[in-house]
Every structure is written in C-alpha cells, then in structure tokens.
Design a protein around this ligand. Sequence first.
Ligand SMILES: [Zn+2]
Length: 250
Amino acid sequence: MKNRFAINTFRKYLALFLIFLFGETFGQTTESPLVISPLTGDFYVYTTYNLYQGYRIPANGLLVNTSSGVVMIDTPWDTTQFAPLLDSIDAMFHKKVVLCLATHWHEDRTGGLEFYAQMGIPTYTSVLTDELSKTNNKNRAEYHFLNDTTFKVGQYNLETYYPGPGHTRDNIVLWIPTENILYGGCLIKGAKARDLGNLADADVKAYAQTLINVRDKYSDPHYIIVSHSDWKSTNSLKHSIKLAKKMKSR
Ligand SMILES: [Zn+2]
C-alpha cells in the first residue's frame, strides 16, 4: 500500500513537472489540455482549450494560493479538465479550493460551477449572472452578490467590479490591489486581437464606454489577464478600447 502511495505521488509530481515544463517551453501552443503558469507570487494562470469555429482556442482562469486555501476564478472551458484541475491544485498547493467565482454567464466561465459545488466548493456569481445563467440554461452558482464585493480570502482581497455591459450584459472584472492584477475575463481581448471575438450577446454600443470605465478605475495594472489570449502585454485594454470604438462607429 505504501509503495502504491509513493508511486501515485511520484506520478502526480511527474505530471505537474510536465505541466510546468511544457507550459513554460511552449506557452499557449502546447497540446497539453491543462497548463498552469506562474504569474507572480501566489498567483497562477490556468489554461484549458476548446474548439471555436474550428480553431483550438485557449481559455484562461486565475488561481490564488492564499493562506486559507485556493481561489479559482472562472472554471475550465474544457469539461474534461474539471477534475484534473482540482488534482493539480491539490498536488501543487496541498490545499482545498475555498472559493470559485465566475465572471459572466457563458460556458467558458460557468461550465464547472455545478461540478465544483458538488465537490463542496462554495461557488459564486453576481445576481445578474445568475439570472442570465438561468435564462440560458447554464450552470448556476450556489451563492450570489448584488453589488461590487470584496472577497477577503487569507491575506488577499479580491475586488469585483461591474463596469457595464460589453462582451455580455453581466461581465465583471476583478482587481487584486496588492499586486495590481486586473482580471479582465472575456471583456478584454488580447493586445494583438483582430476583433472583439464572440459578440453574440454583446452590447456593441456600450462596449467602449464599459472598457473606459475599467481603464479609469484601475490606472496602473501591472498584469491584465484576458480569457482567450496571452497576458504578456498590458496594452490589451487600450487595444480593446480602440476595437470597441471602431465597432461602434460602423
Ligand atoms: Zn469567453
């Protein structure tokens, strides 16, 4: 039994090592279905992949390794990775996930909410996200907040901010003041994005102003995490504003 435990533990660490290795070496082009990349300090970006219009598209979420447990911002887009993500978190941090929060009602953010709630993890969305999740038959969180809220978990504060409709009517962003991390979710596109992506549920008229609200509130982000591109450049917000203004004037 002991040996078996040792082998399993070894396997877990090997898998983790490979995730790191491939994540570091090949970044977004890796074929691994789950990549966990260090961002800064206790913050990690995790990435899963799914097909959109025939292309393999990455979807990023955030993990925070706090002294009271791990926070998961948004759930994997790839439904086969709900459990592997938990296993990886367990192997890396030896802590439980104590909070799972989704930033709008689309599948690539909310898909795992019910799975994680069944695993005993408290799941959260805004009230507006919950209403839209219900209308659109998506996974719903167990708990909901009406206004902008600060979640205090361990030594970190995570502030939610609703800047107005854009990618969807309910999209929120998160701000971590100690690290100046702006988590933009699907509202903000990559610094090199050609367009604003999936606009099926977007508010095309309000989009630019909503982004400007984010820019005005958080003037000095050191990191901007976006859902479907890398986070190497903080030019993503400025670039998205340009795209949204162009779209509005069409
Ligand atoms: Zn998205």
